[in-house]
Design a protein. Sequence first.
Length: 467
Amino acid sequence: MSARASSLRRIMSTRPAALEVAAERPRWDRASSGRVALAQFALSGIALLIVVGTIGAVALRHVARDEAKRDARTLTETVARGIVRPHMSAAVLAGDPAALKRLDRLVAARVFSPRPQESSIVRIKVWDPDGRIVYSDEPRLLGKRFILPEDLREAMDNRRASADVSDLARPENRYERGKGRLVEVYEPMRVAGDELLLLEAYFPAKDISDAGARIVKSFLLVLLAVLCGLALAQLPLAWFLERRVRADEQERERLTRAGEDALEGERRRIAAELHDGVVQDLAGVAYELQAAADRQPPDTADPDLGAALRRGAGVCRGSMRALRALLVDLYPSERREQGLDASVEALARPLRERGVDVAVDMRLDAPLTSTATELVYRAVQEALRNVDRHAAARTASVALRDDGSAVTLVVEDDGRGMTGDNLREQHAAGHMGLALLADGVAARGGSLSIESEPGTGTRVRVSLPRG
């Protein structure tokens, strides 16, 4: 393919290339449009439910985790107030073995239950403000001093219970290593002599996570029920939207039909005025001019007058033929009555009379709509008109094929072909037939392309969707 042919394609892309892109846009019937709108609404609703559900699940998980920690703090507070603080006597603080033993038995019986479901505490420590462990269920920690960790100091200073993940690397936590990930809960308390102590209870992090999971499960059903209710509440809105889309499609079709009827009526009016007015006037003038020319005696003093009268009559008859051809374009009802095959044959007849071999092959599985028929007719008319005016071709062919979802028209000739310069010149001279045809095909959702190379002819291809 030569550079000049490629140039022609680039020139044609000012119109047809845009049509080829437009042809990729799907054309839906009214029911399909309603289904598309309903599907879009359903997808947006599902997406909204997923977003709301995800946010709700995440928020519920955080709430459940906080609630599980709150339960751990409540249990620690209960142990501090109901078990440890009443028995934290001066003897225990002094390290009396008998007092410590009694407290050990009480803690073992009421805190470290042999039934794990009743308590999940794995370690208890009681600190004084100086960092000394005054009591623990681990006897090796009794009386040991450590640097009071910042979180314990903060809980003691604020007089408020708190919870944090255990740092098992600290020396005071060396006996808790191997028990898995733990969570520490601190509970300040005042004992005999108004001394401030801090109870530190250790909980397995897994138990708190399991408690949070149980809370999530209990509320997740409620969240799912709310989301399902929200989805069901959208059904009437979806039904209304689908009906609204269908009503809009029906209104658009009604307006389209009304526009086509108005256009047809205007064409009829213009055709009638041309036929009954200008055409008849031209016919009368042509008859009078021809009659006047025939009445001129052979030996008249002005021999050019008769020739001028005859030329005027010929011009009038030529104008009448042009106007009658225009009437056929303006008033397509006759084409509808005689069918697309006969209309195309009528377009090919003048070329055949001038010696161009035109082959017509029209194959359709079912009749086209009036709009598609009109576009096919216009495409054949414009292509054959260019063959007649510019191609100097010996042969031409018109082929129409139907694949069920679209129709394809191909008009070819073996003429001189075109270049980009030729096309620009025609456009500049006011020959807008191809551009107008391209716009019409684009509005229909189809595509128009032209392939041409100097000396090898031209190929015009039009594709239109059915419907």
